[in-house]
Write a protein that binds this ligand. Structure first.
Ligand code: GRF
Length: 206
């Protein structure tokens, strides 16, 4: 089944582009209805338009979190959206936002990618944190969002090594290459099979 997506971004948009490219190349059965950024300067916006996708900014400057989210929700409500896809969206979502995308099975239809093997290294600087810590293996997590930051049921994880001679930059590039394959792959699996979560009793909740 083709899935209808809204992608939320704040910056460069390389993950967003990997999703749009996978759709264009017929590897992902999805339609991106809208790309939305809280940052009007986000490079992701012109990139999305190059792919013919409706891309808008809803600037958060000068707005409370609640006001900004209300505006974002209003834009998204113009579309039938199966999943909200977070791709470098640097805003914390409130419970009110998540509730708007609650599935009858209890999870939120909001997906995030995070550049570490969660629950290790949550937060905005995961590559740097894992590198500085000296992790010899790190990785990428795609997960459903919940009320906590970088937290929620894990959909997929893929590891990558830190190699001798790595700098933070080479380490980050190796991880990004994994991100760009993993995100479209997980979305395609959702398009084909839906969300498949481990049974509750098998999940270790924090
Ligand atoms: C990625 O590393 C993603 O995992 C993290 O933010 C970064 C966004 O990069 N959440 P881009 O905007 O997709 O290039």
């Amino acid at each position: 089944m083709s899935i209808r997506l809204a992608i939320l971004v704040s910056g460069r948009g390389s993950n967003m582009e990997s999703i749009l490219r996978a759709i264009k190349e017929g590897q992902l059965d999805a339609k991106v209805e809208i790309v939305l950024s809280n940052n009007p300067e986000a490079l992701a916006l012109p990139t999305a338009r190059k792919y013919g996708v409706h891309a808008i900014a809803v600037d958060n400057q000068g707005l409370s979190r609640a006001e900004h989210e209300a505006r974002v929700l209003k834009e998204l409500s113009e579309y039938e959206i199966d999943f909200v896809v977070l791709a470098g969206y640097m805003r914390i979502l409130t419970s009110n936002f998540l509730q708007k995308f609650k599935h009858k099975d209890g999870y939120f239809r909001v997906i995030n990618i995070h550049p570490s093997l969660l629950p290790a290294f949550p937060g905005a600087n995961a590559y740097e944190d894992a590198f500085k810590y000296g992790s010899l293996v790190s990785g990428i997590t795609v997960h459903l969002a919940d009320e906590k930051v970088d937290h929620g049921p894990i959909l997929a994880q893929e590891s990558f090594p830190r190699l001798e001679g790595d700098t933070l930059e080479t380490f980050r590039q190796r991880g990004l290459a994994v991100e760009h394959k993993l995100y479209p792959k997980v979305l395609q699996s959702i398009a084909k099979h839906g969300i498949r979560l481990l049974p509750q009793e098998e999940m270790i909740r924090q």
